[in-house]
Design a protein around this ligand. Structure first.
Ligand SMILES: *Cc1c(COP(=O)(O)O)cnc(C)c1O
Length: 401
């Protein structure tokens, strides 16, 4: 049955994803079940989205309640979930003004527009430049793609938006070399995700903050993947003692209900997007915002940050052990429960093996296995994960020998 469904899907859907041959049906805790009832331990969480795990009663009940009340209304009116969600986003991002979007990519679009408008208001003209990072990932829409440091993703769709310059991540001098009189913003991930799980070095991000302050350049941090508690603080920048001027958040923000946001300081907001400059039909609708309220609430209630810090250290230790043990593993890196195991070979074959054995993992680039599990996993879950991953690595060793 499952394979018939997959065949049908392959006929109907555009082939933009190389999907694994599994049809997921439901989830419970940190486990997913396919349509044949097979259980999978989920260390992917829908790519850093389902942070609370599956089947959380309070979250599900909140959404059901909102479905019966009001799912959508226009942004020409107020709605209570959006008012509450905006206050929570402000509180946890440390920003002053919030705009709700429907995805990460759209949040990045918003940050670009906000930065350009700020510089336009300040200087009285447009044509400003933005500095972005090599190996970054900011999304697939045309604006977000324009600041994504991966030529393979960009090239077929050029010309993209202009005036983007690329610098090397974690290399302050290379960023300084791209600064001109026209630079209005620097955009980067606090921890690069798709590009291979690279946390910013403290001296890099602090140097960028200083550079931005000196030249009235806006620092845009994309915390779409590394935000929402994943690195052990609600937003990763908190660990560096710097604050962005504009921040993008999404993925775990609604824990699966599509919503994102970009937020900014009051100083930026005063000179940036105003009535008529930006909008979205769905952005910040009552259902999606109810999810946001529930997610932040449950993160507090379940002491998720504490768990990330505890289990994150354990996962780091276990991945380091793997790197010592297997000569085709180079090392591990990351922050909290956002980790990459770096191989000297492509990892796709290993991911197929682990999936067959009931473990969901994804890659970040060809050589890196990415660990972005639900933030509620326990040490036991890490042990269970290893009990599946190890045999797959052993098979890989034998194939190599
Ligand atoms: C996933 C991601 C995006 C894009 O988000 P979408 O919701 O897929 O549009 C942007 N930036 C980062 C860092 C991401 O991880």
């Amino acid at each position: 049955m499952m394979y018939q469904e997959i065949e049908q899907a392959e006929k109907d859907l555009l082939h933009t994803y190389n999907r694994f041959p599994v049809v997921f049906d439901h989830g419970e805790g940190v486990h997913l079940y396919d349509t044949e009832g097979k259980e999978y331990l989920d260390f992917c969480a829908g790519i850093a989205v389902f942070a609370l795990g599956y089947g959380v009663k309070e979250y599900n009940d909140a959404l059901k309640d909102q479905v019966d009340k009001l799912i959508h209304t226009s942004n020409y009116f107020y709605n209570e979930p959006a008012i509450r969600a905006a206050a929570l986003v402000k509180k946890y991002t440390g920003m002053d003004r919030v705009f709700f979007t429907n995805s990460g990519g759209e949040s990045v679009e918003g940050t670009i527009k906000a930065a350009r408008k700020y510089a336009y208001t300040r200087d009285g003209h447009s044509d400003h430049e933005i500095i972005a990072m090599e190996h970054s990932f900011h999304g697939r829409t045309m604006g977000a793609l324009s600041v994504t440091g991966n030529a393979h993703y960009r090239e077929p769709f050029e010309p993209l938006i202009g005036n983007i310059r690329f610098a090397e991540y974690n290399d302050l001098e290379s960023v300084k070399a791209q600064v001109t009189d026209k630079t209005c913003a620097i955009i980067m991930e606090t921890v690069q995700g798709e590009g291979g799980i690279f946390p910013a070095k403290p001296e890099f991000i602090q140097g960028i903050r200083k550079l931005c302050d000196e030249k009235d350049i806006l620092l845009i941090l994309d915390e779409i993947q590394c935000g929402m508690g994943r690195t052990g603080t609600m937003y990763a920048y908190e660990q560096y003692g710097v604050k962005p001027d504009i921040l993008a958040t999404a993925k775990a923000l609604g824990c699966g209900v599509p919503i994102g946001a970009f937020a900014m300081t009051e100083k930026v907001a005063q000179m940036s997007l105003t009535a008529g400059d930006h909008g979205s039909t769905y952005g910040g609708n009552p259902l999606a915002c109810r999810a946001v309220c529930s997610v932040y609430e449950l993160m507090e209630k379940k002491q998720v940050l504490q768990n990330v810090n505890e289990v994150g250290v354990y996962l780091e230790q276990k991945l380091s052990e793997l790197a010592e043990e297997y000569d085709f593993i180079e090392g591990q890196r990351g922050l909290g429960l956002m980790r990459g195991l770096v191989f000297r070979c492509p990892v796709n074959g290993i991911l197929k093996k682990t999936l067959q054995k009931g473990l969901v993992l994804i890659n970040a680039g060809t050589n890196i296995i990415r660990f972005v599990p639900p933030l509620v996993i326990t040490r036991n879950d890490v042990d269970d994960m290893l009990s599946i991953l190890r045999p797959a690595l052993d098979e890989r060793s034998k194939e190599q020998a």
